[in-house]
Design a protein around this ligand. Structure first.
Ligand code: ZN
Length: 168
């Protein structure tokens, strides 16, 4: 059955829990359900909405999970979407683009690297998005957490419901 995304009281994603754990947290009053699955489970006496996103009532301290800066993780952050034309591509058709070109002192970091398809990368060349009149789909940021890093193969499988909570 569908897992649930567990958020800290501060809304940071903490982990993905299975539905039994999700129900238990809710039942014990440890977490509130923010979003439910359309699916319900039935016991002998009650029908319960299956939680999809839960938030802990009390904040737990967690060490900050840093996402390693790699080409693959940049593509994942950007959803394998070229940040200029918006097209989705396979990783072999994608490339790194320095938003501020290296020749202008742009660094290779989360905030200056975006996913680009090869044609857009060639068109933009060593210009800034402003000069090239190629606005970015979104401002590149360091991802704070990666609930789906363990299952790199099915990045798009996490529910639509979770997306607003993954990039806080
Ligand atoms: Zn493109």
């Amino acid at each position: 059955m569908e897992p649930a995304l567990l958020l800290n009281a501060s809304y940071e994603p903490l982990s993905i829990v299975d539905w039994r754990k999700a129900i238990t947290l809710w039942w014990r009053g440890k977490a509130e359900v923010l979003v439910s699955h359309p699916r319900k489970i039935r016991s002998a006496t009650a029908t319960i909405d299956l939680p999809s996103v839960l938030r802990l009532q009390r904040r737990v301290k967690i060490p900050r999970h840093r996402v390693t800066f790699t080409r693959a993780n940049v593509y994942r952050r950007d959803g394998f979407r070229c940040q200029y034309c918006g097209g989705r591509f396979q990783s072999q058709e994608l490339t790194f683009d320095h938003v501020v070109p290296r020749s202008r002192g742009g660094d290779t970091s989360w905030t200056n690297i975006v996913t680009s398809c090869r044609p857009c990368n060639r068109t933009k060349c060593s210009r800034t998005p402003g000069e090239a009149q190629m606005p970015l789909l979104s401002q590149p940021r360091e991802p704070r957490w990666w609930p789906f890093s363990a299952s790199a193969g099915n990045l798009d499988d996490h529910p639509e419901d979770w997306k607003p909570y993954l990039w806080t």
